[in-house]
Design a protein around this ligand. Structure first.
Ligand code: C5P
Length: 221
């Protein structure tokens, strides 16, 4: 039996990857499977939390015991997360949110025309949901957790991102040789705003999730 150290807590978790539509049949997307976010949701339920999972394009079955909301784009994910975060004790942004979206959406399918060069795609910035949630803090004692995938200078870049986003914890994955996207395993270092640094060895995504909840739990009042 797991200790219910999150009993009475409302935790909001985002999972998956946003898709930014170009026209009714095409989108810009990413390779996030959502498995780490779902592992966070399952383990939080097991530890007694009330869980709101905001999922984007995972195709995964709803985890038992969680309230699941569905979002397609970054703008939709932002709406759902901000609403759920209003009374949350903890917000964990595990979703891969597109940094940019197409500036224009074509209501009809974009056609190729003989002898014409393809039109360039112009992008605009999406809102940074993590920075917004962490900066505004719907509740002063709220704990905000972000994720970051880095390819080089993992710790230095992670520290910089933690500070820039203003979150309490940042789970940093080194992407490259090791499998992260779509895999059942993960390896990470969790950086804390108070200076802490926790290495999580390669293992099941549940183990990383439980380490995150241990660190969150010790920071909750
Ligand atoms: O800046 P970067 O995309 O590396 O940051 C990753 C973290 O920020 C993740 O926790 C992700 O969920 C969050 N994020 C966000 N809104 C964005 C981009 C990223 O909340 N537009």
């Amino acid at each position: 039996p797991v200790e219910p150290d999150l009993a009475g807590r409302h935790v909001v978790i985002s999972a998956g990857g946003t898709r930014e539509p170009l026209d009714p049949v095409r989108y810009l997307g990413n390779r996030s499977s959502g498995k780490q976010g779902y592992a966070l949701a399952r383990t939080a339920v097991a530890r007694g939390a009330r869980v709101t999972l905001v999922e984007a394009n995972t195709g995964l079955p709803d985890p038992a015991g969680a309230d699941v909301l569905h979002a397609g784009t970054a703008v939709q994910l932002r709406e759902a997360v901000l609403k759920a975060a209003a009374d949350a004790d903890v917000v964990v942004m595990a979703a891969a949110v597109a940094d940019f979206r197409p500036a224009e959406y074509a209501t009809g399918k974009i056609k190729k025309k003989d002898g014409q060069e393809p039109a360039p795609i112009t992008l605009v910035r999406n809102p940074d949901i993590l920075a917004e949630v962490a900066g505004e803090r719907a509740r002063p004692e709220q704990i905000v957790v972000g994720f970051a995938a880095e390819t080089d200078n993992v710790l230095a870049n992670g520290r910089e991102k933690l500070r820039r986003k203003g979150c309490d914890l940042l789970v940093v994955n080194e992407v490259g040789e090791r499998r992260t996207f779509g895999s059942e395993e993960n390896e990470a270092v969790v950086l804390a705003a108070d200076g802490g640094e926790t290495q999580v060895p390669y293992g099941p995504k549940e183990a990383l999730a439980d380490t995150v909840w241990d660190l969150v739990s010790s920071r909750l009042g």
